[in-house]
Write a protein that binds this ligand. Structure first.
Ligand SMILES: Nc1ncnc2c1ncn2[C@@H]1O[C@H](COP(=O)(O)OP(=O)(O)OP(=O)(O)O)[C@@H](O)[C@H]1O
Ligand SMILES: [Mg+2]
Length: 224
């Protein structure tokens, strides 16, 4: 059973009397353990597709099965449950809470899951160690570099042991040396921990290092 199965996914936005057909029939299968890069030009619908995969937005048409479950048949509570329990999100701008320190940021998803405080702290410390941030746990995001903030965001995404990591241009705000360091973390997590990862990137150097690359063009996905 595939982790993600998209069939004929469409998405049309309506603004006033104008409509924009962004996705025109996207087919995609992602197996557990894959590392997939999505490339394609700006405005092509990559983030739109990521939001649909992550249950942050719903498609206009087509079918989506996640872990064999038909998403079209799930109610809002069930969708929120999958989003919170099964998916870890990573964004270009890190999206950490500026007033919480690194450890607190990583513990937060576990608070929502009702994990007891001791256990939360233990797991969060483990995750921060894994991304090379053991010595920065008490720093708040404004006291960290971009690359360090992204490491914390990765630790936060991992803390709930998701089935899927969705990363929308995770290296987009970083210079090339730091980009490579962050990419190396994703590569290692995928290789060693079999973390299924779908990553949007503009950077051909990033795309080339992922095992599989697809390209958004004219509202469709093509294998590269
Ligand atoms: N909420 C929305 N309402 C209306 N139109 C939207 C909305 N979100 C995105 N769009 C439009 O959908 C198209 C695709 O946007 P999207 O953000 O998915 O592109 P992208 O491939 O991620 O681009 P980039 O590489 O610049 O991040 C754009 O033309 C955008 O204007
Ligand atoms: Mg985008």
């Amino acid at each position: 059973m595939a982790l993600i199965e998209l069939r004929g996914i469409t998405k049309t936005y309506h603004i006033g009397d104008m409509s924009v057909e962004v996705l025109r029939g996207v087919d995609l299968t992602v197996e557990s353990g894959e590392l997939l890069a999505i490339m394609g030009e700006s405005g092509g619908g990559k983030s739109t597709l990521m939001n649909i995969i992550g249950f942050l937005d719903s498609p206009s048409g087509g079918g989506y099965q996640f872990e064999g479950q038909d998403a079209g048949h799930l109610d809002d509570n069930e969708l929120a449950h999958i989003r919170n329990q099964k998916i870890g999100f990573i964004f270009q701008q890190f999206n950490l809470l500026p007033r919480l320190n690194a450890l607190e940021n990583v513990m937060l998803p576990l608070v929502y899951r009702g994990v007891p405080p001791r256990q939360r702290e233990k797991v969060a410390k483990q995750m921060l160690k894994q991304v090379g941030m053991a010595d920065r746990m008490a720093h708040r995001p404004p006291e960290l570099s971009g690359g360090q903030q992204q490491r914390v965001a990765i630790a936060r995404a991992l803390s709930g042991s998701p089935s899927l990591i969705l990363a929308d241009e995770p290296t987009g705000a970083l210079d090339s040396k730091v980009s490579q360091e962050i990419l190396d973390i994703f590569l290692e997590l995928n290789r060693e921990n079999k973390i299924t990862t779908v990553m949007v990137t503009h950077d051909p150097k990033v795309g080339k290092q992922c095992r599989r690359t697809v390209r958004m063009a004219d509202g469709h996905l093509l294998e590269v």
